[in-house]
Design a protein around this ligand. Structure first.
Ligand code: ASP
Length: 438
């Protein structure tokens, strides 16, 4: 019997997870079974993906850079990547701002609902406001200072220090290019081989992906309380979703027009990563799969993807920036805090920066939203009410914006790959075939 393609298996796992989660919630029994016996499969899966993230970045970035042969190419890749990331983020924020100003979801929410929500979620909001405000108040160059590690072992011991690890690895890779070929050869062979082994580890981990997404979604649903709130916030949530869908169409068009690849090719290639992004709400956890898909299915050379994708997972979050723009304006509308045109321009800037600063983990975008609201001069109390207001629907929106974050990174890697002649036909190497062989 022909085995179902991976993305269908994952989709099936997700749908079954949702159905089982809803059934258990509505019957009011089996919740502890799901949490004790099913959820751990999802947790293990996320841990496994995180486990290989740092070794994967090191091995593939060193392989990518050392394959380049000359450094000028690397600076071309680097500058194009950063420029495209900033442009795509600003486009995302602008789409969000246009939609939220046209739809005005905050004006339809009653003062009563505002009061109810802020009471229900006040404590959750407070901790987020505090942790975000702590990040503020550092100097303007602090983020560059933070990027440079002072100890590679301590940097590599925490997945949140991905940019520090990338910094070290780039320096290492460039130095490898600069030493004599025979001196570099043993290390290059070592990292080439390490890279192959890690790619194989991803194949193995992905064997449990369909079961893991089932576990993740079923447990997420049984742990969610108070579905009524979704209705009150439906207009706001729909505005975010509409914006995210607009971005998907935008990416598909960019890929079609610039690289000539069809929407079907693009979506088929990237969909397993998208489905995982949806199930885990973390671009960092999804990174290994994004890399595998972009290289082996979308045909982007490792020289490009090994740099563009890890950097993108940490700094390029188009979905998050769009959400931050919509959420900031929504909160101001709901709390009758008038926004001027300069305020809206401030949002373009701060949401771009806040999305760059957001960690690639669940819920990070909401923490950094505080920075956007704070730049508009709202008081700490308003900040707290604002976050409490949107808290209830944040997780589903997080799942969706993470899909967009990952898709945006994949789009940019295709564009950069094409621009330097490093986009090939991937049919020669088929990952699903390897997967089936296992
Ligand atoms: N969960 C998102 C990500 O990992 C970040 C966020 O918007 O909260 O990409």
């Amino acid at each position: 019997m022909r085995k179902l393609a991976l993305h269908w298996q994952i989709l099936l796992g997700m749908l079954l997870g949702i159905v089982v989660g809803l059934l258990v919630s509505s019957l009011g029994m089996g919740k502890s079974f799901i949490i004790d016996w099913v959820k751990p499969i999802g947790t293990i899966f996320i841990k496994l993906l995180k486990l290989i993230a740092i070794p994967l970045i090191i091995a593939s970035l060193i392989k990518g850079i050392s394959d380049l042969k000359d450094i000028s190419k690397f600076s071309r890749i680097g500058s194009r990547t950063i420029i495209l990331y900033v442009i795509s983020t600003m486009i995302a924020v602008t789409v969000g701002l246009v939609l939220v100003n046209v739809i005005q979801p905050g004006n339809s929410i009653s003062a009563e609902t505002v009061a109810q929500l802020s009471e229900a979620y006040n404590t959750n909001a407070e901790s987020r406001v505090d942790s975000a405000l702590k990040q503020k108040g550092k100097g303007p160059l602090q983020f560059i200072v933070d990027m440079v590690p002072d100890n590679i072992f301590s940097a590599a011991s925490n997945n949140r220090n991905m940019l520090q690890v990338i910094f070290f690895t780039i320096l290492f890779g460039i130095s490898l290019l600069l030493v004599k070929e025979e001196q570099a050869r043993p290390l290059k062979q070592f990292f080439d081989s390490l890279n192959e082994v890690i790619m194989k580890m991803i194949d193995l981990i992905m064997l449990i992906a369909p079961y893991a997404v089932f576990a993740l979604l079923a447990s997420l649903i049984v742990e969610t309380t108070n579905a009524d709130i979704f209705v009150a916030l439906a207009q706001y949530a729909m505005t975010v979703v509409l914006g995210l869908l607009t971005l998907v169409v935008f990416y598909i068009m960019v890929v079609k027009v610039y690289t000539g690849r069809s929407p079907k090719f693009f979506i088929n290639g990237i969909s397993p990563a998208q489905l995982l992004a949806f199930s885990t709400s973390s671009s960092a956890a999804t990174l290994p799969v994004t890399m595998e898909r972009v290289e082996e299915h979308l045909g982007v050379d490792k020289e490009v993807s090994s740099f563009v994708l890890p950097v993108g997972a940490t700094i390029n979050m188009d979905g998050t920036s769009l959400y931050q723009a919509v959420a900031a304006v929504f909160i101001c509308q709901a709390l009758d805090y008038g926004l001027t045109i300069p305020d809206q321009l401030t949002i373009v800037l701060t949401a771009t920066l806040a999305s760059i600063g957001s960690a690639a983990v669940p819920g990070a975008g909401m923490v950094m939203l505080v920075i956007v609201l704070d730049s508009l001069g709202v008081s700490k109390e308003t900040l707290m009410v604002g976050l409490a207001l949107i808290f209830a629907v944040d997780r589903p929106l997080d799942m969706m914006r993470t899909v967009i974050n990952v898709t945006g990174d994949a789009t940019v890697s295709m564009v950069v790959g094409k621009s330097i002649g490093k986009l090939s036909d991937p049919s020669a190497k088929n990952w699903d075939d390897n997967y089936k062989k296992l």
